[in-house]
Design a protein. Structure first.
Ligand SMILES: NC(=O)c1ccc[n+]([C@@H]2O[C@H](COP(=O)([O-])OP(=O)(O)OC[C@H]3O[C@@H](n4cnc5c(N)ncnc54)[C@H](OP(=O)(O)O)[C@@H]3O)[C@@H](O)[C@H]2O)c1
Length: 235
């Protein structure tokens, strides 16, 4: 077991810039939940894990969330709990919003110099209250790899898929994630919204068993830094 979660951040910062690098994260309870049945999710994790989330944001070019997270939590998605490097901009904020539901007063649109984009479907009737990237949608679903490519073309090479459950699960299922940071709090919710939800498997040996670094954070949450590069390469 390694001792410093900063090693996990260094793996992202040191990734080559010649191709996209995608890290996904979820903060969850011991029983794999990310929110109570009423949708309350603040705060499952403790301070050190929240600091780690902000260090993740500071290590990427863009932070990506699904519209479900914006509507549920109205997150700012900026870096507040750790310092940015001298001259470093806030990471861009990207919302996957195929049908144009992003409210004009969403906190992530606060003007602090960060770029904001909504990724919508080509046939979306609404115009979002920020810049827009339109992609093809199949059966209501935008291809995660197309999202990653479109963002790479705009110069966003390192991406954090911050949530929620559906968005992170879609990206992993599509083989579009290099690393998954699971921040597990020693807390049992016993009910509520599950974290990862992938295609069902019949056999244990069909499960993903990614090589992982494990870090116990100072206040007792545990970070699993999972290497999903094999799933990315094979998809
Ligand atoms: N614990 C954590 O780390 C964490 C982090 C973030 C959020 N959360 C929690 O997660 C919950 C929200 O998660 P969620 O799973 O309900 O929603 P979500 O993943 O934030 O957003 C899902 C929505 O985003 C759009 N979307 C995402 N990926 C898409 C794709 N590939 N193609 C097409 N549309 C896509 C769809 O919008 P349309 O429905 O408009 O088609 C979809 O319904 C909240 O309770 C929040 O508190 C927890």
């Amino acid at each position: 077991m390694s001792t410093s979660a900063s090693d996990a951040i260094a793996r992202i910062r040191n990734a080559p810039e010649t191709s996209p690098f995608v890290v996904a994260q979820l903060g969850q309870s011991l029983d794999g939940r990310i929110a109570t049945p009423t949708g309350e999710s603040r705060w499952i994790n403790q301070d050190a894990a929240l600091d780690h989330l902000h260090a993740l944001r500071a290590a990427v070019d863009a932070v990506v969330v699904g519209i479900g997270t914006v509507l549920a939590d109205d997150p700012g998605l900026n870096v507040r709990r750790v310092p940015l490097a001298a001259g470093q901009q806030q990471p861009a904020r990207i919302v996957i919003d195929p049908s144009g539901r992003l409210p004009a007063d969403a906190k992530l649109l606060t003007n602090d110099g960060a770029q904001c984009f909504a990724i919508t479907a080509h046939d979306c009737p609404a115009s979002p209250p920020c810049e827009e990237i339109r992609l093809n949608c199949r059966d209501g679903s935008l291809c995660p790899k197309a999202v990653v490519s479109a963002l790479f073309e705009k110069g966003f090479k390192r991406l954090l898929i911050e949530g929620g459950a559906m968005t992170v699960s879609n990206f992993i299922e599509a083989g579009a994630v290099d690393r998954l940071h699971l921040l597990v709090a020693p807390l049992i919710l016993g009910s509520g919204k599950n974290g990862l939800n992938l295609e069902p498997i019949d056999k244990i040996d069909e499960a993903l068993r990614p090589p992982s670094h494990v870090y116990v954070l100072p206040d007792g949450d545990v970070l699993f830094d999972c290497d999903l590069s094999a799933t990315r390469a094979n998809s």
